[in-house]
Design a protein around this ligand. Sequence first.
Ligand code: ADP
Ligand code: GLC
Length: 489
Amino acid sequence: MAGRPLRVLFVASECAPWVKTGGLADVVAALPPSLAALGLDVRVCLPFYRSIRREVGEAPACATVLGALVREATLPSGIATYLIDAPWLFGRDGGPYQDSEGRDWPDNAQRFGLFARIAATLASDETPLLWRPDLFHGHDWQAGLGPLWLKNGLPGPAPSIMTIHNLAFQGLFAPETVEALRLPPGVYGVEGAEFYGRLSFLKAGLHYADALTTVSPTYAREIQDEAQGCGLHGLLARRRDHLVGIVNGIDDRVWDPATDPLIPARYDRDSLTGKRVNKEAVQRRFDLTIDPTRPLFGMVGRLTWQKGIDLVAEVGDRLAGMGAQLVVLGTGERPLEDALRALAGRHRGAIAVRVGFDEGLAHEIEAGADIFLMPSRFEPCGLNQMYSQRYGTPPLARATGGLADTIRGVDAGSCEGSGFLFAEATGAALWEALVRALASYRDRTCWTRIMRAGMERDFSWAASARRYGALYETLVAHPEISPRMRAHP
Ligand code: ADP
Ligand code: GLC
């Protein structure tokens, strides 16, 4: 290895711009180029979904592993990828995890079981590839069986890291799956991949990986407690010396109001006039009353319990009653979508909802709204609050996980900070914060200061990429030593 760059294989189920349902795709797209800038050789292993085939075409095959072809293609960022082509598992229309009706694919265990096993093989002596990684870096449950295979039978295994982007998604399957996937003997137990009588892909990863990371320091602490630990807090607390929280960055070339081609008017912190044009464009797009003086709240994301959508539905009538406006873009749970639609129906001209996934509209809302809402019950990191600070749209968020780590809260009566935080996951606490934000909004000097404080912050990946780089290097040198002990000697 001496003299050549450290090789890291990212193993994930999403990567922007090819396949994206949430922030995982953004991280898997943006972190590797930042690591490459530090001199590391990072490649990304993804399932060859039909949607990716449409983007890249056939892509040359370089090997066969466990009956699947390994194809090669290059991301727009220049990062090389290995695409696992198993058409019986990935060659279908629909999303990466669900069909177009929103039902989980019934063979998800087979799909991501084989995917992770092949990726692990590529990180062992059994790889047919010339490029052999020094480290396996898996993301979320879809990669969870990789460390299990690396620790149970694969010869010459690379050390492994698992990153938790969201502990609430665990990849739980019936016990019969253990046999169907021909898992090695002995792995299905409490000290292994079993979670209360079911096979847990995520637990397998968290148990067998050499190091664990999650996407913010606060979330790293929260998941060791019962309230946010999703049943895995015991394991995570036991492995706390192997668990570090490294906050996500953002791709600041894609998310930059000074150059963003997806917004009607570009602007920066020295000339904010473009922002007014963008606000009017959003009001027009959503059929709201066009009025520069009415505070406009924006929201983009998955419409789920995690994101506190029910809290927004709870305060929506009062918000409209105060003369404020709200636009929401997202898809998710049907009852929450319906609650928002009903709210919009009661307040035409003030509240509007667009159910769907629309990258361009997400940029327009970040640029055009005055305040960005993120009342999440839990938020491992969250990216939108960083985008919104960059776009001069102060976030209003619950102080949890990465939201607490990336937003400097403005206290009542102060103009210091870059957003608004509240503690309890209740409509009343959200309402109190809304009132506080609107009071600041009415004081233009104060508001401009808060906007600029967010726009000035550095959310680039550089600092976090260095932390991953340091973790990789020590792990390759001494896989047995606790990463935390190395991080804080
Ligand atoms: P999570 O990964 O939990 O969904 P994040 O805040 O980390 O939350 O990342 C969500 C990402 O997905 C952001 O880039 C956001 O803009 C994007 N996104 C979510 N829903 C939509 C949507 N309906 N349309 C466009 N972009 C969306
Ligand atoms: C998950 C989390 C989100 C995080 C993203 C990327 O989807 O819900 O908070 O920002 O992963 O790490």
